[in-house]
Each structure stands twice: as structure tokens, then as C-alpha cells.
Design a protein around this ligand. Structure first.
Ligand code: ACO
Length: 388
């Protein structure tokens, strides 16, 4: 063994492993930008389709480019009947993230472009890879909505081409066209989760893509990584907590008791943000509107009180609401089942995952780190029958 022990960066904390121009988080000032554009501007003026174009092509589209991109996306929403059959055969109790992973994996072999790109660089197969990217992004909401209706014993609702990515998802889930505010809110949620610098799932996608595997495989890796509760999922727990509190008057005592027991309040704090998460601020505004619209002011007011107490007690430590605190509430107010919160995250983040893969492929280097061997250097092999 070498005499000098190299440094080991467990968990890669604080290690820069790539360069990116997709998104930047200023944790001190609570700022998030996608290619220089503030998340506030994008949430207010843009759409998920426009943001995806920005992430994939490096610039905002002009009207013609956007229309063309939207058309390409909307006509790819249907999934092959054989994949629908596969979804039907899955246990109704399956975790929706497993369904999404299975669905995307199953789509791969049906993609006519897949056999032609295998192992080749993006420079050679740019058009094919773009078609594949569009198919994956467009079909993911269909997989989720179909499965959701199947498990509820309802007829599936085929996608429409005249609705936005966000509105069509809700339409396929519900079987009715969403109201304007519902569609806008889903669109905003998709924009807010589309990218977030480097994180476990984005990195995992790049590991797969760096071997010159294909986009289906990369996205399946991303979904698998996002499934873990340390990555996706805090919004479910934040919502559960608000339900448990039940009313604003009970918030202070609940929070204080939990903190005294050294327990964490879900939906607060962030590894990078040490200020108010800008995505939480945006969703809070919509949560207030939706609470009024749907008569769920009690839930929203309970959240406001929890936020007030938390900032009072822990704000000086840099603990503020994160995106999960308000996203869970907003999805719940929209009537979306809790176990579909993380799949929505995946449906949105696929835009960023693919954007990062495209960017990384430009100067692709196989990701192959090393582990410091700490096992024995020599061991004598003992035949099976002689082992104790
Ligand atoms: N509730 C109560 N106290 C908290 C919380 C919280 N949610 N978050 C951090 N703290 C306290 C810690 O107890 C610690 O206190 P100490 O200094 O007295 O020991 C201090 O703040 C720093 O905490 P760390 O865990 O070191 O902060 P880190 O930046 O590593 O943690 C994390 C970030 C894991 C997100 C943490 O804030 C947390 O567990 N939050 C709750 C879960 C959550 O909401 N996750 C979603 C994150 S957003 C997303 O993934 C999309």
C-alpha cells in the first residue's frame, strides 16, 4: 500500500466535479438562477416548456422556436399500448416512483432512435438524442397519470395536444381540464424544480451518461436516486406535520416541544440556502391564493404560524422554510395524492437532468473515482469444506 494516504472525500461534500452553466444557487442571499435568469422572473413570466428550452439549448426561445418546441413535446405524449399493458400489470400498491422508473425503462426499447445512438457521442447523434429527450420528458406525466387512474379503478384519460405540459398532466390525472390557477400553479411548481445545481440525482444521471449509455438509462438512474427520502420526499413529511398540528393556535407549542426534543421541523433548513429559499417564497404566494380559492385557509394559516415561530427561534442560525414546506401544501390543496409529490419532482427535474447530460456530453469524461482500499492486503484462500 502507498505510504501516503490520499484524502478521502466521503459523500463528495464540497467537491466540485464538473462545470455547469445551467443553474446557480446563491445560498447566502437566497437566490436561484437558471442561466442567469432569476427564478422569480421565470416563475412569473415563463412556462415549463420555455424553461426546458432554456436549459437544453442555452437561450430563451423566440416565439417561433417556442411554438415548434411545444408542438414537438405535445405530439409525443402518448405511450405505446404495450407500455400501458406493463403499467396495468404492476401491483396497484406500487410506489409511484417505482412505476415511473419502470415506465421510463420500458419506453426505451420502443424508441426507434435508441438502437442508432448506442455508445455514440452527442456530436454525432444530436438530432436523435434530442428526439429521445423530447419523448422521455413528454411521456413521463402520461405514465404517472395512467397508473394513478388504473390504481383507482378508473379509465385512463388520453393526453391532449392543445394543453400545456402542466395542464395536460392535471387533465390526465383528473379527467377534467384544470382551472387557470391550478394549471398555472402546476406550471410554476415544474419550473421551480426543473434544476438545482449539482445534487445526488443529477450527479447519478451524469455517471450513467458519462459511460455513453443512453438518455433513458440516465433518467432511470435519476429517478432511482431521487426516490430516496434523503433527496425527494421532505414535502410529504412537512404536510403530515401541518395536518398533525391541525390549527394555527397549536403551532407554537408543537414546534417548541419538537425542538426541545431535538427533532427537526420538516421543510426547514437547507444544505446550501442559509436564507429564505426563493422557491418557497414563490410557492407561498400561490399557496395563499389557492387556500382562499379552495377554502383551506386553516392549513395555510397553520403553516404561516409554524414559519413565524421557526424564524423567531432559528432564523439567526440560517434556518428558513425550504421549497418542500410549501410544495407539499400546494399539491395537497390541488388534490394530488401524497405519494405523487416526488414523481412530480422527477417529472420536472428530468428537464434539468437531460440539460446536464447534454452539457456534460459536450466534453464527456468517464466518471470513475477511486475508493481507498482499507481491507487486508493478503488472505490465504481456505477451501469451503475447511472453513469454520
Ligand atoms: N429543524 C430544526 N433544526 C434544524 C433544522 C430543522 N429543519 N435544520 C437544521 N437545524 C439545526 C440543526 O439541528 C443544527 O443545529 P445545531 O447547530 O444546534 O446542531 C443546525 O440547524 C445546522 O443543521 P445541519 O444539519 O448541520 O444543517 P445542514 O445544512 O447540514 O442540513 C438539512 C440541511 C439536512 C436540509 C436540514 O436542514 C434538515 O434536516 N431539514 C429538514 C428536512 C428538509 O426539510 N429537507 C428538505 C431540504 S430541501 C430539498 O431537498 C428540496
Amino acid at each position: 500500500m502507498a505510504s501516503e494516504v490520499p484524502p478521502v472525500y466521503i459523500g463528495l461534500k464540497g467537491i466540485y466535479v464538473a462545470k455547469t452553466a445551467l443553474s446557480y444557487i446563491d445560498g447566502e442571499r437566497g437566490r436561484l438562477i437558471y442561466r442567469g435568469y432569476s427564478i422569480e422572473d421565470l416563475a412569473e413570466h415563463s412556462s415549463f416548456e420555455e424553461v426546458t428550452y432554456l436549459l437544453w439549448f442555452g437561450k430563451l426561445p423566440n416565439r417561433k422556436e417556442l411554438e415548434e418546441f411545444k408542438e414537438n413535446l405535445s405530439r409525443e405524449r402518448e405511450i405505446p399500448d404495450d407500455v400501458v399493458d406493463i403499467l396495468r400489470k404492476l401491483p396497484k400498491s406500487s410506489h409511484p416512483m417505482d412505476v415511473l422508473k419502470t415506465g421510463v425503462a420500458a419506453l426505451g426499447p420502443f424508441d426507434p432512435d435508441l438502437p442508432n445512438i448506442w455508445g455514440q457521442h452527442i456530436h454525432e447523434k444530436r438530432t436523435e438524442n434530442l428526439r429521445i429527450a423530447i419523448r422521455i420528458l413528454s411521456k413521463m406525466p402520461t405514465i404517472m397519470a395512467y397508473f394513478h387512474r388504473m390504481r383507482e379503478g378508473k379509465e385512463i384519460v388520453r393526453p391532449r395536444t392543445d394543453l400545456s405540459h402542466a395542464a395536460n398532466f392535471l387533465y390526465m390525472m383528473w379527467g377534467r381540464e384544470p382551472k387557470e390557477i391550478e394549471a398555472k400553479l402546476m406550471d410554476v411548481a415544474l419550473i421551480l424544480h426543473a434544476d438545482h445545481g449539482f445534487n445526488a440525482s443529477t450527479f447519478a444521471c451524469l455517471v450513467t451518461a458519462s459511460t455513453l449509455s443512453d438518455l433513458y438509462s440516465a433518467v432511470v438512474t435519476g429517478i432511482s436516486t431521487l426516490k430516496g427520502p434523503l433527496h425527494g420526499g421532505a414535502n410529504e413529511q412537512a404536510l403530515k406535520m401541518l395536518m398533525e398540528i391541525g390549527s394555527p393556535e397549536r403551532a407554537r407549542d408543537y414546534v417548541k416541544a419538537k425542538l426541545e426534543r431535538k427533532e427537526r421541523i420538516m421543510g426547514f433548513g437547507h444544505r446550501v440556502y442559509k436564507a429564505y429559499d426563493p422557491r418557497a417564497r414563490i410557492l407561498k404566494k400561490y399557496a395563499e391564493m389557492l387556500a382562499k380559492e379552495t377554502g383551506q385557509e386553516n392549513l395555510f394559516n397553520t403553516a404561516l404560524e409554524v414559519e413565524k415561530v421557526m424564524i423567531e427561534l432559528l432564523g439567526k442560525k440560517g434556518i428558513f422554510p425550504n421549497v418542500d414546506f410549501y410544495s407539499g401544501q400546494v399539491y395537497h390543496m390541488l388534490g394530488i395524492p401524497t405519494d405523487i409529490f416526488t414523481p412530480i419532482f422527477a417529472i420536472s427535474r428530468t428537464s434539468g437532468w437531460i440539460g446536464h447530460v447534454f452539457e456534460y456530453w459536450e466534453e464527456n469524461v468517464l466518471i470513475r473515482p477511486r475508493a481507498l482500499y482499507v481491507g487486508p492486503m493478503e488472505a490465504k484462500y481456505i477451501p469451503l469444506d475447511e472453513r469454520l
